[in-house]
Structures are given as C-alpha cells and as structure tokens.
Design a protein around this ligand. Structure first.
Ligand code: MN
Length: 430
C-alpha cells in the first residue's frame, strides 16, 4: 500500500500509511488537537471529523481536544474503523475525497516541521514493570551478586511498582537533575545532594484504551484487547537515590522526577504483523498468566547520547522489544487480577529492554557495569552516567517489507539540579 502523500513512501520514513500513529499537535497560536502522522505531515483529525470525512462512532466528535482519551475509550471497533477510513482517504487509488480538493487538503495536512507535539493522552496512572530478564539479571548481579541476581518471584510474577503519572512528559521536555537523599555503602550517615548517577532505561510503554472494572479479573486475551497502542518510554532513574531507598518497597524518588514518552502512539493494529512470542518459559506460569497467542512484538530499539556541543550522537545500545519475558498483556492481566481497576490512559512501562550482549544493554548502569567501566563517546568524551547538558534519545521501528512502522523518537536533555539550600539555620536554632 502506498500513499499519495509522497513523503510517506520513503522506505526509511517512520510514518508510512501502514502506520498512522496518533498524537496531539498544534501550530503556534493554535489549539492542540488530535492528529495522525503520515510521512512528514500530520493529518488534522479534528478537521476531517468536522468535515464529516471520518466518524469514530455515532457522530460524536472525539478528536477536537488535546488528548486521545475520548477516542481510546471507544474500543477496538472504533479504532479499526477510523484506521480503515484513514487508509482509504490517503492511499493511492483510494477514496477520492481530498485529492480533488486542494484547498481542503492544504488545511488537513499540517507539515510536521511547523507543529509542536504534545503529550498524546492524559496519563491516568503510570506503572513500571521489570519484565526484561537480562536487565533483571544484570542489575541483580551488580547489586547483590550472581547467585542472588534474580528475585525468587521473578519467573512467576511480572513484578512492578506504582509510579507517578504527574511527571510523565512528552519527548523534547527537558529533565532537571533530581536532588535526593543518598548514602554510599562506606558512609556513616546519608547526605542530601544532586543525583550523581543519573541514568536512562530504554523501555516500551503500553497505553490502556478501554477500562476494566474494580473487583473483576481479566484474562490475558481481554488485557490485549484493552491495549490501544505503544510508545517509546525513557524511565529516567537516579541510581544513587534508588540504591539507598529501594528496600523493601522499591523505587520511589529515584523514578518520580520524570518519565519521557514519544509523541506518537503506534496502534496495536499497525503492529499486528510484527507480533511474535515471548521467550520460552523457564518455569511454568500459573494459568491466569498463560498467553493464548503471540503477544510481544518484533521492534528494533536504539538509544543515543549526545553531550552538549558534540557534533554527533553516540549509539549507546541497540536491542529489541521481543527480548521481554512478559508481554504488556500479561502485565496488565496481573495488574488487574486482584481487583485493581485499570483506566483509559493508564501507562505501563515494560521494564528495561536489554539483550544478551553488552551492546544490547538498555541502561548506563548495565553498560558501565555499575559505573566501573566508563564508555567512550564519539569525540572522545567518557561517561559512566549522564552529565548536565547531555541529550538522550530513544528510537525504534518494526521493519516491514519495504517500509517501517516507526515510533519516531523520545528525546530529553538533562539540566542542572535546582539550587536549593535546606534551612539548616532554622534546625540549629530550634
Ligand atoms: Mn524502569
């Protein structure tokens, strides 16, 4: 399938007509609204809806608002009908509703270069999982030694923690280095200072479209049906803060300061042909977690780092989403199985996606083995963890036959920690 929007037919474009991911956009001075990416253009879905050229369901408008949630909660039949209709409108030889109308086409297609992209959906809640076995093994080995690397529950439960929705930000948003409490193993007392071991986690985020009910368990198939699509996700992590605070309840401030996601939600429908199976089970799962079919996806992933002033970014790692031991559908099932209600706009982080080779490790903690083995960037600078001014960028795509179903990028630049002096004098005077 080709599009009459020629830029969508470039075999390296992330946004061919086979993709059509959804996001929220506006030009300067305009009101943010929903759009779909096609080549180097954005399809103005609010305008198409107003003109009567698309209908998500029962003529109730859902796209003229600054979030995808209203569309997401309509469910699979609405998602499928809009996708089919968009492909009819924009494919070569499709329905000729736009090509004959140059004036309307010029208003419907907004050059991506002129638009600002916003957080694509209102994030209801954010949960981060730990479903990459290689990552769990690496981190466990660094922190606790090889014998105790994998927690005893790991092969039975997709473990996770409840994170913060309030600090999920769209790609391009700067990230301020967090302040926090840390304690080196050799120190007698903890101290309060800027994070010195700031890291990325290369993850995918699953976006929940339709809700579940409180007290009602769901099957893995039902969970898969609830998922609207996927984004790239950088789970920024303060390793020194995490190391002091994480036992026994898991990460808290170490992860709460920022989570970046890519601006385009790639739909499950666009990823359908890239479905594949999770790796073989090492321990039999309890039946409620059994997958009825392939539920993970073959998605190439990369992370790059570019220091301020550096001429080129350096590839940190390349890996694949198909490495994950648990799928997002299994994670969502486990999340809801005890009665937890899942909502439209819930975001599930996959956990860091690391492969077996060092070049496939999805965090600096692993790439530098706990900060012991610095990496050298293009241009000669060395890094163990992120320094102020560094820009971190994730990208990914599923490779089709002559086209890519891409995710664009998820970018963030790290700014210095805030100047903040605790009122020591008050304490001393008290
Ligand atoms: Mn994570």
């Amino acid at each position: 399938m080709k599009s009459w929007v020629q830029s969508a037919n470039d075999h390296l474009s992330h946004f061919p007509i086979q993709n059509l991911p959804y996001g929220v956009f506006a030009r300067v001075g305009e009101t943010p609204r929903c759009g779909a990416a096609l080549g180097d253009q954005i399809i103005d879905l609010a305008l198409l809806e107003k003109e009567g050229l698309i209908d998500a369901g029962n003529s109730v408008p859902v796209f003229n608002q600054p979030a995808l949630n209203s569309f997401m909660e309509l469910g699979k039949s609405a998602w499928d009908s809009v996708r089919v209709r968009l492909q009819e409108l924009f494919k070569e030889g499709g329905v000729d509703a736009l090509q004959g109308n140059a004036e309307l086409t010029a208003r419907v297609l907004v050059p991506m270069s002129e638009a600002e992209l916003y957080l694509p959906f209102k994030v209801a809640e954010y949960t981060d999982f730990y479903a990459g076995k290689q990552h769990a093994m690496n981190i466990g080995t660094i922190l606790r030694g090889a014998e105790n690397a994998l927690p005893p529950n790991w092969l039975h439960i997709p473990i996770g923690y409840n994170g913060r929705a309030s600090t999920v930000v769209v790609s391009g948003t700067d990230v301020v280095r967090p302040l926090g409490q840390t304690k080196a193993p050799t120190a007698q007392v903890p101290s309060f200072k800027p994070c010195a071991r700031l890291d990325i986690e290369l993850e995918m985020g699953a976006v929940v479209g339709t809700p579940s009910k409180m007290g009602e368990p769901i099957t893995v198939q039902q969970a898969d049906d609830m998922i609207f699509g996927y984004v790239l996700l950088n789970d920024w992590s303060a390793r020194d803060i995490q190391g002091w605070e994480y036992q026994p309840l898991g990460p808290f401030q170490a992860k709460a300061f920022a989570t970046s996601i890519s601006p385009w939600v790639v739909t499950k429908a666009a990823l359908e042909e890239f479905r594949t199976s999770t790796p073989p089970r090492e321990k039999e799962l309890l039946p409620y977690l059994d997958e009825p079919g392939p539920m993970i996806y073959d998605i190439e992933l990369q992370a790059h780092m570019q220091p301020k002033g550096a001429a080129t970014p350096t590839l940190l790692c390349h890996t694949n989403y198909n490495r994950m031991y648990y799928s997002a559908a299994q994670q969502l099932t486990h999340h809801a199985i005890g009665g937890c209600k899942m909502n439209t706009g819930d975001l599930l982080g996959s956990g860091t996606i690391s492969g077996a080779e060092k070049s496939e490790f999805g965090s600096l903690m692993e790439l530098t083995w706990g900060g012991k083995e610095p990496i050298t960037l293009e241009g000669g600078e060395q890094r163990t963890f992120i320094e102020d001014g560094d820009t971190l960028s994730l990208t990914g795509w599923a490779q089709g036959d002559g086209y890519r179903v891409g995710f664009g990028s998820c970018v963030g630049t790290v700014l210095p920690a805030p100047a903040f002096t605790p009122a020591l004098s008050e304490k001393q005077g008290a």
